[in-house]
Design a protein around this ligand. Sequence first.
Ligand code: HEM
Ligand code: HEM
Length: 228
Amino acid sequence: MRTEVWDLPTRLFHWLLFVTVAAALWTGWVGGGWIDWHGRLGLTVLGLLAFRLVWGVFGSTYARFAQFAPTPGRILAYLRGHWHGEGHNPLGALSVFALLGVLIWQATSGLFSNDDIAFEGPLADLVSGETSTWISGLHRQGLWIILGLVTLHVTAIAVYALRGKNLVKPMLVGWKESAGPTVKSARGGPLWALLLALAVAVSVVWIADGGLLPPPPPPPPAGAVPAW
Ligand code: HEM
Ligand code: HEM
């Protein structure tokens, strides 16, 4: 019997997050001429995360944070083999929240960072040069935390695959084969929630890109600039 687990917005979010985070890690690492692209990719990651935060409240059953919140009770039950739910299991949920949290920090800190050469995040002028340099250092270290969490994430999925449980297919097609009708398909995730999540994502990206900052002062008139 088919059980719908991951709605289309959650799946699109996931695979777009994968591609944009991988590209942001790469362009950040090589730096140089790629840093402009790095900023754009980072802003896209931020938009995706804003989308997911709203979808985690109003999305369909298994996309909701409350549904997979890793409470101590649920984690204990899972470790004792007494957890039989659908969606993210309580341990997986820990890694999901860790990934989301670290990526939110990474994308936000990037806005205030600078590369000591010609590029600075769109909100870097809101803090002192010293603070921006300090945040840039933390932002650079984020690379290792993200690589660590992603390695753990992909390793856990590979371990499940070796034990005969394919988690990747449901994240691609949305449904999984389940034993009987006791398992409930995901419900909800109305159009208004999707539109709200998209609107919030676009607004967050606009604000993060400096949309609320005063426009830069106009260049001085030509005659006022000394000729040397
Ligand atoms: C930059 C790399 C990646 C990041 C940041 C990432 C992040 C995430 C996040 C945040 C979730 C939770 C989804 C949600 O509820 O919104 C998730 C779930 C998932 N990811 Fe990834 N992911 C990455 C790479 C991958 C790769 C390469 C694969 C496939 C091999 C993969 C397979 C999955 C699967 C199968 C789930 C669902 C797990 C479950 O059933 O509980 N991810 N990932
Ligand atoms: C989740 C999204 C992001 C990821 C994964 C990410 C990752 C990285 C990585 C790996 C580096 C290089 C670290 C190193 O050289 O050791 C870096 C540097 C940098 N990133 Fe990001 N970043 C993200 C978002 C952003 C955003 C949104 C901005 C600004 C718009 C930004 C601005 C910068 C700057 C200015 C540097 C250079 C820092 C320096 O050289 O000290 N990043 N980032």
